[in-house]
Design a protein around this ligand. Sequence first.
Ligand code: IPD
Ligand code: CA
Ligand code: CA
Ligand code: CA
Length: 262
Amino acid sequence: MEYAVYLETAAVLARQAGKIIKDKFGGQFEKGYKSCPSDLVTEVDRASEALIINILRQKFPGHGIIGEESSGNAAIAQGGYAWCIDPLDGTTNFVYGIPFCSVSIGLIHNGEAVAGVVYDPLRDECFSAALGCGSFLNGGPIRVDATRKKLSEALLVTGYPENKSYSGLLRRVDYHKMAHSCSNLRALGSAALELAYIACGRLTGFWENPLMPWDVAAGSVLVREAGGKVTDIEGGKLRLERYLSITASNGLIHEELLQALL
Ligand code: IPD
Ligand code: CA
Ligand code: CA
Ligand code: CA
């Protein structure tokens, strides 16, 4: 219960930031890139992050803040509270006009993700969860898909890093083998929203390697609180550090998914 009090602020901020994204979607905006030409960033990413961080600083002056666009190199604080923000998850989709992106605001306490909100501004879907309190979509409880018990029945989702030089960090997953081991495979382009879709049962399993803490801080809480399982790609504890790996699922297919990823 302790962490649920933070959800209201996170949800209000996610909706305000989401409005910036919605208003600019399909229109004109400044864009550029960061580490390489496919690692896109826009004025909208920056405006969304500035809005969220300004309010969090005022409301919780003692909390740490890790935001993709302003503190991308910061380490996750080990002690105390820290907010972990992806102001626009799915920038590539946004730039190409594909309506699948989100705002992700996670709360970390003593190194563990304890609460989070993932908001899809183009569908007005707000996913939220806090440790011990369950997962919700627009206020109604959600659960992972308990009907698909085998990997062969699963709809899986994954993603690829924008910067191909990160591929040296990747576990070499055989995508052909993965696609053949499940019912079907997707790459929708917003890791945070993909985790939210696992939480509400629209997708069965997810892996990606590497990702950053702000991609998964909120979504991992959504999945766990909806009855699913989250680990790293080897089945160990999810570590909220740079270039993390993640496997998330409805729980029922988790071992089979981990085996297939070997
Ligand atoms: C990206 C998205 C995408 C994932 C990439 C991430 P961004 O985040 O989550 O789904 O495949 O690895 O970098 O840059 O759009 O916030
Ligand atoms: Ca990015
Ligand atoms: Ca992201
Ligand atoms: Ca982002």
